[in-house]
Write a protein that binds this ligand. Structure first.
Ligand SMILES: Nc1ncnc2c1ncn2[C@@H]1O[C@H](COP(=O)(O)OP(=O)(O)OP(=O)(O)O)[C@@H](O)[C@H]1O
Ligand SMILES: [Mg+2]
Length: 348
C-alpha cells in the first residue's frame, strides 16, 4: 500500500492566531489603553484532500482571512501545527518553507489593492517567476503569455496596467500570478465578492476549468453560500474564530445541524427548492456577536442561538464532534457528542 495515500494532503491541528491589541479602558476617573489579546483563529483543525475544494464560510470578522493568511504562511500561526503531505510546517527548515511557498499560493481578498496600479501585467505576473529564479526576460515573457492564456486574457494585456482593467480582469491577473510557480494548493480569499454577479459566474467557471486542467486543490473563503453551492466539495463554517460545523457540501446544505449554519442557509434565496432543506423563519439570527476581546466561556453562539437552553450557558463550551459520516458539529445538541447524551434526548 502507498503510505502517502493515508496522509492527508494538507492538515491543520489546533491552529490558533492570537493578536496583541490595545484596548481602551474607561472608568469615571480613568481613560487609558491596556494591552489585550484577541484569538482571531481559535483551535482550528482541518483536513484537506488533494483535488478537493474546501469552502470556508462565516460572517465578517469570523476569522476567515486570518485563517487563510495562516494557512498560506503569510503570517505565522501562534499555536498548533500544519502539515503538507505529512511534512510539519510550523517549525520547518527554511528550504522546506521555500518549497511550501511555491506549492501553496494565495489570492488575496481585494483584487484591486493587491495589484500595483503602475506596474504592467507582465511585471506583475512575471515577478514570482523572477523571484523563483527564471532569469531570462524572454523565457519569462513566454511564460507570462502562457499564464494569460490560461486565465483567458488576450496576449496584448501584457503591457497594460491594472488601472486600465475591469474588476474581473484584475482578478484574472491575480489568479495568473498565483499560478505562475505551478502551485498545488490555491487559497482564494473572497475571489468573487468584489465583482458583479455576471462576472462572478465567469470567474467561478474559470476556477473550475483551471482546477481540472492543473489538478489543483482549492480553499475558497467566502460569505456567499451561492458560491459554495456552485463549487465546494466540503464546507467549514466559522463563527468567532472557531469551526462550528464541517462536512461534505451535500451534507451541510441538506442536513445543516449547527443553529448558525441553519440560519445562514435559511437566509439564502432558493432557486430550486430541492437544493436544500427548509429552515423555518424562527431560526433567524438575532442578538449580538460577542467581542473577541471578551469571549464567553460557554458556547460562543449562545447569544444568538434560536435553540439555546439554560444548560448552554452553564456548561463549558461544546467541542467539535463528528458523526460516522465525518459531519462534525460544535453544539450541545449534537447527538454524536457523548458528553451531551443527558441533554440531547429526542430534541435533535
Ligand atoms: N492584524 C490584526 N490585529 C488585530 N486584530 C486583527 C488583525 N487582523 C484581524 N484581526 C481581527 O480578527 C478578527 C477576524 O478578522 P478577519 O479579517 O480574519 O475576518 P474575516 O472573516 O476575514 O472578515 P471579512 O468577511 O470581513 O473579510 C476580527 O475581529 C479582526 O478585527
Ligand atoms: Mg476577510
Amino acid at each position: 500500500m502507498d503510505m502517502k495515500a493515508a496522509v492527508p494532503f494538507f492538515e491543520l491541528d489546533d491552529v490558533s492566531k492570537v493578536f496583541n491589541v490595545k484596548r481602551r479602558v474607561e472608568r469615571r476617573w480613568l481613560d487609558r489603553m491596556d494591552a489585550a489579546q484577541v484569538r482571531a483563529v481559535n483551535r482550528v483543525s482541518l483536513r484537506i484532500a488533494r483535488g478537493e475544494t474546501l469552502a470556508i464560510v462565516g460572517e465578517s470578522g469570523s476569522g476567515k482571512s486570518t485563517l487563510a493568511n495562516v494557512m498560506s504562511r503569510v503570517t505565522p500561526a501562534s499555536e498548533g501545527s500544519m502539515r503538507l503531505d505529512g511534512d510539519e510546517l510550523t517549525a520547518a527548515a527554511p528550504a522546506l518553507l521555500q518549497a511550501f511557498r511555491r506549492r501553496v499560493q494565495m489570492v488575496f481578498q481585494d483584487p484591486s489593492s493587491s495589484l500595483n496600479p503602475r506596474q504592467t501585467v507582465e511585471d506583475i505576473v512575471g515577478l514570482p517567476l523572477r523571484l523563483g529564479g527564471m532569469r531570462s526576460p524572454k523565457e519569462r515573457r513566454a511564460r507570462v503569455r502562457e499564464l494569460l492564456e490560461s486565465v483567458q486574457m488576450p496576449a496584448d494585456t501584457l503591457l497594460r496596467t491594472p488601472m486600465s482593467l475591469s474588476g474581473g480582469q484584475k482578478q484574472r491577473i491575480n489568479i495568473a500570478r498565483a499560478l505562475a510557480l505551478r502551485p498545488e494548493l490555491l487559497i482564494l480569499d473572497e475571489p468573487t465578492s468584489a465583482l458583479d454577479v455576471s462576472v462572478q459566474a465567469r470567474i467561478l467557471n474559470l476556477l473550475a476549468a483551471l482546477k481540472a486542467q492543473y489538478g489543483l486543490t482549492y480553499v475558497i473563503i467566502t460569505h456567499d453560500l451561492g458560491v459554495v453551492r456552485a463549487i465546494a466539495d466540503r464546507i467549514a463554517v466559522m463563527y468567532l474564530g472557531q469551526v462550528v460545523e464541517t462536512g461534505t457540501a451535500d451534507e451541510i446544505m441538506r442536513r445543516p445541524r449547527h443553529p448558525y449554519t441553519r440560519a445562514l442557509i435559511g437566509a439564502i434565496p432558493v432557486v430550486h427548492e430541492s437544493d436544500r432543506v427548509f429552515i423555518p423563519a424562527t431560526e433567524v439570527l438575532d442578538g449580538e456577536t460577542p467581542s473577541l476581546l471578551d469571549p464567553p466561556v460557554h458556547c460562543a453562539f449562545y447569544s444568538r442561538c434560536a435553540f439555546r437552553e439554560d444548560a448552554c450557558r452553564t456548561r463549558p463550551a461544546p467541542e467539535l464532534v463528528a458523526d460516522a459520516h465525518d459531519h462534525a458539529v460544535r453544539c450541545h445538541r449534537n447527538p454524536s457528542d457523548p458528553a451531551n447524551r443527558d441533554l440531547s434526548g429526542e430534541k435533535t
